[in-house]
Design a protein around this ligand. Structure first.
Ligand SMILES: Nc1ncnc2c1ncn2[C@@H]1O[C@H](COP(=O)(O)OP(=O)(O)OP(=O)(O)O)[C@@H](O)[C@H]1O
Ligand SMILES: [Mg+2]
Length: 366
């Protein structure tokens, strides 16, 4: 997978222009607020995802401009392809000249992974971000998983609405009890599929992430990930029965608080370095390395499935990493197309065959 050319107009602070990156490592350097992250964000939109900064579409349109227009030529699936994205109130997308019903339909055609400092929250913050990471990564591998997720969320919302009603009425009538039985069944079936998928994904992610982290730390530190759930891995009907038991047992407490206190929405990805929780005990560099190991492992899994190396967007990844960790990143991702932003190209970056571009006031130059 390679970006061969990007054209942009009316996007953030970027001056209208055309950019041809190298097929290997590209380093974008420049002072703060010059447009380095904006450029990565523009490329990233072609994965079909939302902005990795969590920006609304309208925020990406240049101040005072009517629309943002992006065009990308890329190689994927063994051939040259092109896509264009126009952002007005909403995004409209063309892939190889054909209009797509929604921007997310680009997913699977152009694949990438992104690391941005905001992703440090993956380790630092609560479990929600970790669940989202696993769910989103698995969606890229198996688009049908989106259906499993939405089935689960619908069932959970309905069960919660009923629980809230019970709490407000201060009672659980037999009719409501029957209805709750029904929701428990639906929710347990959806929960089992969700938990099974997440366990499966984490089992595949684990060896890759461990290996990458070992390389990053020059073999000095151990790294492990595990999926935390009250449910034991088993065939789906058995897992559904386990969730059913859990919902039954929690019913009294759930009615008292008015929502579901147990379920896959309480699961977590446990990340440990040297046997200790990375979130509580990891240093800045260790936490950064942990996120990077997870992201690169995600990309490696994606490569196994699509048979192509995804493009790696590494925004401000090098700060806080010592030279050996920087070296490892540049060598491990050898053979991939990589975009790395930084303020000053460090010694490690200068020693690679990377192509270096400067970004100044929205203008990219060699
Ligand atoms: N919609 C927009 N229209 C015009 N300018 C914008 C828009 N959105 C953001 N900007 C400007 O883009 C500038 C550069 O942003 P960007 O995040 O790409 O900087 P950067 O080069 O990555 O800097 P840093 O090194 O600090 O991360 C900011 O100063 C911001 O004000
Ligand atoms: Mg930036």
């Amino acid at each position: 997978m390679r970006v061969t050319e990007l054209t942009f107009e009316g996007f953030r602070n970027l001056h209208p222009g055309r950019w041809q990156p190298d097929g290997g490592v590209n380093i974008l350097y420049g002072d703060n607020a010059q447009g380095k992250t904006n450029l990565l964000e523009a490329c990233w939109l072609f994965t079909g995802g939302r902005s990795f900064r969590g920006a609304k579409d309208s925020e990406m349109v240049q101040f005072g401009a009517e629309a943002a227009k992006l065009e990308m030529a890329f190689e994927a699936g063994g051939r040259s392809q092109d896509a264009s994205i126009t952002i007005r109130q909403r995004r409209s997308v063309l892939l190889n000249g054909v209009s797509l019903p929604s921007a997310s339909k680009l997913a699977g055609t152009f694949c990438g992974v992104v690391f941005s400092p905001a992703h440090l929250s993956l380790i630092k913050d609560g479990p929600e971000g970790r669940r989202r990471f696993i769910d989103a990564a698995y969606c890229q591998l198996k688009p049908a998983y989106i259906g499993v997720l939405s089935e689960f969320h619908t069932a959970l919302t309905q069960r919660n609405a009923l629980l809230k009603q019970c709490r407000e009425m201060g009672t659980l009538t037999p009719e409501m009890g029957d209805l709750l039985d029904l929701w428990d069944h639906t929710l347990a079936a959806a929960s089992a599929r969700l938990t099974a998928a997440r366990q499966h994904y984490v089992r595949r992610l684990q060896p890759m992430a461990t290996e990458i982290y070992r390389g990053l730390s020059l073999g000095r530190e151990t790294f492990e990930v595990a999926w935390e759930t009250p449910i034991t891995a088993a065939p789906l009907p058995e897992m559904a029965a386990q969730w059913m038991d859990a919902y039954r047992q929690a019913r009294r407490a759930d009615v008292a608080v008015g929502f579901s206190t147990v379920g896959p929405h309480r699961e977590d990805l446990i990340v440990t370095i040297q046997g200790q929780l990375a979130r509580s005990y990891g240093s800045q560099g260790q936490q950064r390395s942990a996120v990077l190991a997870l992201k690169l492992a995600e990309a490696t899994l994606l490569e196994e499935v699509t048979d192509e190396k995804p493009v790696a967007f590494l925004d401000d990844v090098m700060s806080e990493l010592d030279t050996s960790r920087q070296d490892y990143i540049l060598n491990h991702i050898d053979g991939w197309q990589v975009f790395i932003t930084c303020c000053e190209p460090s010694a490690a970056l200068k020693n690679t065959a990377a192509k270096v571009f400067s970004v100044k006031q929205g203008v990219i130059s060699e």
